[in-house]
Design a protein around this ligand. Structure first.
Ligand code: KG4
Ligand code: ZN
Length: 347
C-alpha cells in the first residue's frame, strides 16, 4: 500500500512539519523560535504568535521537499497533546483546515508516544517488546512498548523532568535558556567526579529530580563545600559567582553525571524487572552526549540491544509525529474534525 502522511508538530517552541511516504521520512522541516532565549524560558503567548508566523512556510517547504503536493497527501497528522495550549491550537487548527479543505482523514498524535516511536524511523529498528527511557523538558518516563500502537508508562517522574533539571541547573549557574545543551558542552571539559550530588531514593521505577536542584543551590551557597571554606560558610553572591566561573566545567560534568546515573539506574531496574533487552532512549535530553555514551556502555555491559534516534529526531520534530501517524493509519485510527487539543494528556 502507498500512503503519504503530512505531519505537523507545534506543542512548544518548534514549528515543524514532515512528510512520510510508506513509513519513510522524506522531508523534515523545523523553525526554531529564538525569541524565548531573552526571557530565560518559553513564553506561551510569544510561542503561539511565532507558530502563526512560521506554519505556512514550514508546511509548504515540507511538502515541496517531499516532491509532492497537498493533493498527494493521504492523511494529515498533528500533535494533539500534551503541550502549550495556544501552541497546540495553531498546529491543530491548521491541520484540521487542510483536512477539511481536501477532504482527507485526520490523525491525532500524542507527543510523548511520538518521542518513543522516533526509534522506528531508521532502518535499524528495535523489535517488540522494547523499553524506552523518554526524557524531555516536561516529561521523564520509562515506557513499555509491545507494538507501535500499544505503549504503557511503567515509571515516571514524581516532580521535575530530567530536562527541567538540566535547564534549572543552567539557570542557577547563570547560563541562558535552554541550558541543557550548554551543560552538555561544558561537561565535556570537566571532571564528573569533582563534586558529588545526592541520588534520591524513590521506590519502584519512578524518578525525582527536585532534590537535585535544592542540593545544587546549597552547594553553591557553600561555594563548593567545606573543602574550600569553613563548615556552614555562606558565600556572598560575588563569591558564588567566582566559584562558578572557576569551576563551571567540573560543576556541569558532576551534575550531568548525577542526572545520567539517576536515569540509567532506573532503566536498568526496569530491564531487570521485565527481562527486556531491546532498550531505547528518546526525547530532547537523549541528545545529551553523557547520557548517550553511558547508555551505550551500560547496554554493552548488560547485553542490551540499544537504540538512540538521530539528533534531529531527539528534540521536538514532526518526523516523529509522522511515523506515529503512519502506524495509526495502518490501523485506520482516524479522528474527527471536532477533536480539541489538550495541554495535559492522560496516557
Ligand atoms: O523533547 P524536547 O525537545 O521538548 C519537550 O518535549 O520538552 O526536550 C527539550 C529539553 C530541554 O529541557 C533541553 O534543555 C533538553 O531537552 N536538551 C538537552 C540537550 N539537548 C536538549 N539536555 C541535555 N543535553 C542536551 N544536549
Ligand atoms: Zn518533546
Amino acid at each position: 500500500m502507498n500512503n503519504t502522511i503530512l505531519a505537523i508538530e507545534s506543542s512548544c517552541d518548534e514549528t515543524a512539519a514532515a512528510v512520510c511516504v510508506d513509513g519513510k521520512i522524506v522531508s523534515n522541516i523545523i523553525a526554531t523560535q529564538k525569541i524565548h532565549a531573552q526571557y530565560g524560558g518559553v513564553v506561551p503567548e510569544l510561542a503561539s504568535r511565532a507558530h502563526m508566523q512560521h506554519i505556512v512556510v514550514v508546511v509548504d517547504t515540507a511538502v515541496k521537499q517531499a516532491n509532492c503536493t497537498l493533493a498527494d497527501v493521504d492523511a494529515i497528522a498533528f500533535t494533539q497533546a500534551p503541550g502549550l495550549i495556544g501552541s497546540l491550537l495553531v498546529g491543530s487548527q491548521f491541520a484540521k483546515s487542510i483536512a477539511l479543505a481536501l477532504n482527507k482523514p485526520l490523525i491525532a498524535v500524542h507527543h510523548m508516544q511520538a518521542h518513543v516511536l522516533a526509534n522506528l524511523i531508521p532502518e535499524n529498528k528495535p523489535s517488540f517488546p522494547f523499553l524506552c527511557l523518554t526524557v524531555s523538558g516536561g516529561h521523564t518516563q520509562i515506557v513499555l512498548c509491545t507494538s507501535p500502537t500499544n505503549l504503557k508508562v511503567i515509571g515516571q517522574t514524581i516532580d521535575d523532568a530530567a530536562g527541567e533539571a538540566f535547564d534549572k541547573t543552567a539557570k542557577i549557574l547563570g547560563l541562558p535558556y535552554p541550558g541543557g545543551p550548554l551543560i552538555d558542552k561544558y561537561a565535556k571539559e570537566g571532571n564528573p567526579n569533582a563534586f558529588t550530588f545526592p541520588e534520591p531514593h524513590i521506590a519502584g521505577l519512578d524518578f525525582s529530580f527536585s532534590g537535585l536542584k535544592t542540593s545544587i543551590l546549597y552547594f553553591l551557597k557553600n561555594a563548593g563545600s567545606s573543602l574550600l571554606f569553613k563548615e556552614n560558610f555562606t558565600a556572598t553572591e560575588e563569591q558564588q559567582k567566582a566559584f562558578i566561573d572557576n569551576n563551571l566545567a567540573d560543576i556541569c560534568a558532576s551534575v550531568q553525571a548525577r542526572i545520567v546515573s539517576i536515569l540509567l539506574n532506573k532503566l536498568k531496574k526496569a530491564a531487570e524487572q521485565t527481562g527486556i533487552k531491546n532498550i531505547c532512549i528518546a526525547g530532547g535530553v537523549s541528545a545529551n552526549s553523557g547520557l548517550r555514551n553511558s547508555f551505550k556502555e551500560m547496554g554493552t555491559a548488560l547485553g542490551w540491544n540499544t537504540f538512540i534516534p538521530a539528533f534531529e529526531y531527539c528534540t521536538d520534530n514532526a518526523a516523529m509525529i509522522a511515523i506515529t501517524a503512519y502506524y495509526k493509519f495502518l490501523e485506520n485510527d482516524f479522528t474527527e474534525l471536532t477533536v480539541s487539543p489538550s495541554a495535559k494528556a492522560e496516557w
